[in-house]
Design a protein around this ligand. Structure first.
Ligand SMILES: Nc1nc2c(ncn2[C@@H]2O[C@H](COP(=O)(O)OP(=O)(O)OP(=O)(O)O)[C@@H](O)[C@H]2O)c(=O)[nH]1
Ligand SMILES: [Mg+2]
Length: 441
């Protein structure tokens, strides 16, 4: 097992550092004002395409990737250190899905994509200083880092894909036209994972991908299945090689239909790709008759060659570069930026009545605000209450039927609901009566 082309990754960005609550102490000044610094930002998790990698094996064995948290803020207005970003290298051609939607296509060496964003640092009390409140006893905890479950798939980037039954001569073709050295043998399923090679013909260079052979029912998972077809999904041209001896008793002409069906069965873009049909092994006695029959049906869409002797190969490569010139590449996947969609619902929230006097509050903004709340600080609690009220949470809870003493859950945080009117901001020093009484679960 050395070629892994599909993996599920759990990315956790670092939490932000907590803001500091601190006051200056001077010898002749009894009260020196707030000087608690902000927490540092948590580290991001990035994916970066690296040309030297050819498989997703590293991630297969270590699918949990985690960036460090930000440092806590300190007194004397010292900001906490930012958590270092974690950069995870993946092979060029890795595409990323989140909840089934394509979110990134890392097709270029060195290209980076942020998989999870570090939480911002909590603000220290110095940041809350205002004319109305010169000595805030208020600081935020760091925002939680983003957590993301991502499905990574390697779709090799090649210009030409070789398809056909096992034993048709695909690997031999690759070895002949490039300096790649794939395994070649006189039995089916010699190739177990894709091979790439760079070919040159008449001053045109192109990348050729050789994949394991297809058989009937491959799209239902027979043989090595069709999973390797994803590696020719981005090619611009397919070369379909045919063995004139047929495969497992199936006539070559009927065999072409079988392979076509499997390509269709894979879905996506394979069925519509330009194809060059090549009857290979023309040095074999049955070659001539088979090619004649093909010619009748496919006319000039079929070529004859012998990878073994090199006969006819120039004409095949001529056709390849003609087709490549017609179809610009490489085929990239259009990744929709999910961030946009998220921004729109950033401030949105939902309220669910779970029954038994328990309510669930959901939403990115409210969950983050809850996670950043330091319940030991009455001023912070009061500010949190006002925030919820301002964005309409109170009204939504009442509409959902909340009553005095009910529980409201938000992320990992719970509080009791009270109908009492909110206190004015800022809360006076020493005022312990707050509507929110309970801390984390
Ligand atoms: N006589 C003759 N034999 C060939 C020719 N091309 C390939 N072969 C032979 O056919 C056999 C299969 O070749 P491969 O290149 O391994 O075939 P493949 O399509 O890659 O097969 P899988 O990897 O199993 O799908 C080997 O024994 C090759 O030497 C040819 O033009 N003429
Ligand atoms: Mg092979």
């Amino acid at each position: 097992m050395n070629f892994i082309d599909k993996v599920r990754v759990y990315a956790a960005a670092g939490n932000g550092g907590d803001g500091s609550l601190s006051f200056r102490r001077l010898k002749f000044l009894e009260f020196g004002g707030p000087n608690g610094g902000d927490g540092g930002k948590g580290g991001d998790v990035w994916l970066e395409a690296a040309a030297r990698l050819t498989t997703l094996m590293d991630l297969h064995f270590r699918p949990h990737v985690e960036a460090p948290r930000g440092g806590h803020g300190k007194g004397s207005n010292k900001t906490g250190d930012s958590g270092a970003d974690l950069v995870v290298k993946v092979p060029v051609g890795t595409v990323v899905y989140r909840d089934g939607a394509l979110v990134a296509d890392l097709f270029k060496d060195g290209q980076r994509w942020r998989a999870a964003e570090g939480g911002r640092g909590g603000r220290g009390n110095n940041s809350f200083k205002t004319h109305a409140n010169v000595a805030p006893r208020l600081a935020e905890k760091g925002a939680p880092g983003e957590r993301a479950t991502l499905d990574l798939e390697l779709k090799l980037l090649a210009d030409v894909g070789l398809v056909g039954f096992p034993n048709a001569g695909k690997s031999s073709f690759l070895a002949r036209v490039s300096s790649a050295k794939p395994k070649i043998a006189a039995y089916p399923f010699t190739t177990l994972s894709p091979n790439l090679g760079v070919a040159w013909h008449k001053n045109v260079s192109f990348v050729v991908a050789d994949i394991p052979g297809l058989i009937e029912g491959a799209s239902q998972g027979k043989g090595l299945g069709v999973q390797f077809l994803r590696h020719v999904e981005r090619t611009r041209v397919l070369v379909h090689l045919v063995d004139p001896a047929g495969y497992m008793g199936e006539e070559p002409l009927a065999g072409v239909k079988t392979i076509e069906r499997e390509l269709k069965g894979f879905g996506g873009r394979l069925a519509d790709k330009p194809k060059i049909l090549v009857v290979n092994k023309m040095d074999q006695p049955e070659g001539e008759a088979v090619f004649k029959a093909f010619k009748k049906k496919y006319r000039d869409r079929v070529l004859a060659a012998s990878v073994a002797t090199g006969e006819g190969l120039d004409a095949v490569l001529d056709r390849v570069i003609q087709e490549l010139a017609k179809h610009d590449g490489p085929e990239l996947f259009e990744a929709r930026a999910p961030a946009e969609a998220l921004h729109k619902v950033e401030q949105g929230f939902t309220v669910h009545n779970l029954g038994g006097g328990v309510f669930q509050l959901r939403g990115r903004f409210v969950e983050r605000a809850s996670a950043m709340l330091d319940t030991a600080l009455p001023e912070a609690v009061s500010r949190y209450q006002h925030t919820l009220k301002r964005i309409g949470v109170d009204r939504a809870l009442k509409k959902a039927g909340v009553r005095n003493g009910d529980r409201v859950r938000c992320g990992g945080f719970e509080f009791d609901w009270s109908d009492a009117p909110l206190r004015k901001l800022p809360v006076k020093k020493g005022d312990k009566r707050t509507r929110i009484g309970v801390g984390k679960k």
